[in-house]
Write a protein that binds this ligand. Structure first.
Ligand code: FDM
Ligand code: MG
Length: 228
C-alpha cells in the first residue's frame, strides 16, 4: 500500500525592475487567500533581519561592501529562512517568494569591472545557492528596457540603473534557459515560465493565476534542492 503525501506548492516570482512584480505578487497572494488556500508571502531580501538590515543599508548606499561579501549576505538571508519555508510547505501552507536565488545570481553576476569584465563568475555566484529549497514554479516577469523606461524609469537604489538592468535581463534569460533544459532532461522539478509583463496588469494577473491554479491542491513530489 502506498500513501501519497502531498505538500503545499512553492512558487517564486522573479522579474526585472518596473515589471510590476510586487503588485502581481500581492495580487496572487490575495487571490490564493480568497480561494481559501493557506499561504505565506516572503520577500527577498527580507530587510527585517540582522542580515537584511546590512543588505538594506548597502542598497541605499549608506554602507559599502565588497561584491563577494554582499553576495553572500543575500544568500545567507535566504538560508536563514530556508527551514521556515520547508516547514510551511510540509505543514500544507503554500509559499510565494518575491525574488529568490535567481535574483541573487543574476544581479551579482551582472556586476562588471571598470574594463567591462564580469566582477564575479557565474559559477561563483551560483555556489552558495546550492541546496536551497527548490521552487515548483518560477514565474519570470519579463519586460524590455524600453517599456521599463516608459513606465517612469528606475528608483534611487543601487542596481536601479538601465545599463545594469540590461545585463540582469540577459542573465535571467541564461538562468531560465538552463532551468528549462534541466527540467526537460528530468534533472529538476522546477518549471520556469516566462511571462510578458509589458502587457496590461489584469492580463498579466490572469496569466499568473492560470499558471498557479493547477498547483493549489498540493504537489506529490518531495521538496527538491536547487542545483544538487
Ligand atoms: N537583489 C535581490 C540582489 O542583488 N540579490 C538578491 O539575492 C536579491 C534577493 O536587491 F535590485 C537585488 C535586486 C534589487 C535589490 O530588491 C532590492 P527589491 O525587490 O527591490 O527589494
Ligand atoms: Mg527595488
Amino acid at each position: 500500500m502506498s500513501i501519497s503525501l502531498k505538500r503545499a506548492p512553492f512558487v517564486v516570482i522573479e522579474g526585472l525592475d518596473r515589471s510590476g512584480k510586487t503588485t502581481q505578487t500581492t495580487r496572487l497572494y490575495d487571490r490564493l487567500k480568497e480561494a481559501g488556500v493557506a499561504v505565506e508571502l516572503i520577500k527577498f531580501p527580507d530587510r527585517t533581519t540582522a542580515i537584511g538590515k546590512m543588505i538594506d543599508s548597502y542598497l541605499r548606499s549608506t554602507s559599502e561592501l565588497d561584491d563577494r561579501a554582499i553576495h553572500l549576505l543575500f544568500s545567507a538571508n535566504r538560508w536563514e529562512l530556508a527551514s521556515t519555508i520547508e516547514k510551511h510547505l510540509n505543514a500544507g501552507t503554500a509559499v510565494i517568494c518575491d525574488r529568490y536565488a535567481f535574483s541573487g545570481i543574476a544581479f551579482s553576476a551582472s556586476k562588471i569591472t571598470p574594463t567591462g569584465e564580469p566582477a564575479l563568475s557565474f559559477e561563483w555566484c551560483l555556489n552558495p545557492e546550492k541546496g536551497l529549497p527548490a521552487p515548483d514554479l518560477v514565474l519570470f516577469l519579463d519586460i524590455t528596457p524600453e517599456i521599463a523606461r516608459k513606465r517612469g524609469g528606475y528608483g534611487q537604489e543601487r542596481y536601479e540603473k538601465e545599463e545594469m538592468q540590461f545585463r540582469v535581463r540577459k542573465l535571467f534569460q541564461r538562468i531560465g534557459g538552463d532551468v528549462i533544459a534541466e527540467k526537460r532532461d528530468g534533472k529538476v522539478n522546477t518549471t520556469w515560465e516566462i511571462v510578458d509583463a509589458g502587457r496590461e496588469r489584469d492580463i498579466v494577473g490572469a496569466e499568473l493565476w492560470s499558471l498557479v491554479q493547477p498547483l493549489v491542491n498540493g504537489v506529490e513530489s518531495q521538496l527538491a534542492r536547487l542545483w544538487i
